[in-house]
Design a protein around this ligand. Structure first.
Ligand code: HEM
Length: 428
């Protein structure tokens, strides 16, 4: 299958923003990278994340509208995040990975299930463990198996997977566990649904399913609900919590940056009031650091692979149907032409000469165009409120000192994940 990587900025913007390339097809495409394609697609065949055409249109429109109704990018969600940030208090030294996953995941849980879980809740912890295990398996094994050309074998003989020993069985069982959890939540919602007062994403979807039950072309069905919830849960947890964890590593490595942010936050908000999104305008340095964290981490360097659903004519070339298209976000986020010092952590990339926040069109960690991240506003809100709230209350450090922090991500295939450290959070 032909593969085309697309970057830098002007080509990516032209293809995904101006020409509005929408297609995606993880079924075909992920096979290039991942061991467990067949298993995953078996579980995630429906839903927003890997669909195309009418299904994608209906689910994307509905998901964006519902997330907005429940406050994505607005006040309601702000309060949930503020509430959740109060639970980000821990003993030191500690590895914040799991705590941050709990915090971030709870925001999605509020949105999807109208429920926040205690950080000791066994079910919740089990789910987060699964997500973390899946990540480990994918990142470590996909590289090994890629070298051994096994993915091709999996594509040709998917049924063999059932019989071969290996991690696929664990992955299979664990994804099924998340699915069962989601199905249970849907059932509970069905039993308590009051159509005049929807509580969350599930309620809204159930109401829509009922309204469209006689429409033969509707995409509002049970399978799409389960899979879209899985998309939101999986896509919304690790990306955001890993970015916050990376930000903490940055703050420990550069104590002067941390101090400057704390000073700015102290002057504008103080220590007693919860931060809100309005504050962002008055915190240009803090905002610039958070943007630079996302740029420098470059969490999904190839974004999510797309593929051509039909022949495409682009800049005098024909891209044949079924070509795998990798949007190289990495080439944009680390582009020599786009940034003064692409390979250094430099908040000045987002500040003008007067210290005001300055946008840069090459800031594309959420990809671009109509198929870009559906959770962007939520993620940006979480990053801002959680980080500001943490800096109001703590100073971060580690026992081995700033130089011991390595900002180069752990070796990975699909995602750049920050290294883990035992950190110290000293109350201010
Ligand atoms: C720092 C945090 C995040 C980053 C960097 C990020 C990045 C991305 C990227 C690069 C894509 C692929 C876009 C493409 O196909 O071209 C994507 C898609 C997606 N993201 Fe995120 N994301 C983040 C947080 C979230 C959150 C919080 C949610 C949940 C509300 C979410 C849900 C999704 C979904 C459902 C898709 C598929 C959208 C579609 O196919 O239409 N993401 N994200």
């Amino acid at each position: 299958r032909p593969l085309m990587a697309i970057g830098p900025l002007h080509l990516l913007a032209c293809a995904f923003v101006l020409n509005q390339w929408l297609f995606k097809g993880l079924i075909l495409v992920f096979s290039v990278f991942f061991v467990y394609v067949w298993l995953l697609t078996h579980f995630l065949l429906s839903g927003l994340g890997i669909s195309n055409g009418e299904r994608w249109h209906q689910l994307r429109r509905f998901t964006l509208a519902t997330l907005r109704d429940f406050g994505m990018g607005r006040k309601g969600m702000e309060e949930w995040i503020q509430e959740e940030s109060k639970h980000l208090r821990a003993h030191t030294p500690f590895d914040p990975t799991f705590l941050l996953s709990c915090t971030v995941s709870n925001v999605i849980c509020c949105l999807a299930f109208n429920q926040r879980f205690h950080y000791e809740d066994k079910h919740f912890l089990r789910l987060l463990n699964i997500i973390s295990n899946l990540e480990e398996i994918f990142l470590k094994e996909s590289c090994i198996v890629l070298c051994a050309s096994l993915p091709q074998m999996y594509n040709i003989f998917p049924w063999l997977m059932e019989h071969l020993p290996g991690h696929q069985h664990t992955v299979f069982a664990q994804i099924e566990e998340i699915r069962e959890f989601i199905k249970k939540k849907i059932q509970e919602h069905k039993e308590t649904l009051d159509p005049s007062s929807p509580r969350d994403y599930i309620d809204c979807f159930l109401i829509r399913m009922d309204q469209e039950k006689n429409n033969p072309t509707t995409e509002f069905n049970y399978d799409n609900l389960v899979c879209t919830l899985m998309n939101l849960f999986l896509a919304g947890t690790e990306t955001t919590s890993s970015t916050i964890r990376y930000a903490l590593n940055v703050l420990i490595k550069y104590p002067n940056i941390q101090e400057k942010m704390q000073h700015e936050i102290d002057v504008v908000i103080g220590k007693n009031r919860c931060p809100n999104m309005e504050d962002r305008k008055s915190l240009p340095f803090t905002d610039a650091v958070i943007h630079e964290v996302q740029r420098f981490l470059d969490i999904v360097p190839f974004s999510v692979p797309h593929h051509a659903l039909h022949d495409i004519s682009f800049r005098g070339y024909t891209i044949p149907k079924d070509t795998v298209i990798l949007p190289l976000l990495h080439s944009v986020l680390k582009g020599e032409k786009e940034w003064a010092t692409p390979w250094s952590f430099n908040p000045q990339h987002f500040l003008d000469q007067n210290g005001n926040f300055k946008k840069n069109p090459a800031f594309l960690p959420f990809s671009a165009g109509k198929r870009s991240c559906v959770g962007e506003s939520l993620a940006r809100m979480e990053l801002f409120i959680f980080l500001v709230s943490l800096l109001q209350h703590f100073t971060f450090s580690c026992t081995e000192g700033p130089d011991s922090i390595n900002l180069i991500p752990e070796y990975s295939s699909f995602a750049n994940l920050p290294r883990r450290y035992q950190i110290i959070a000293t109350p201010r």
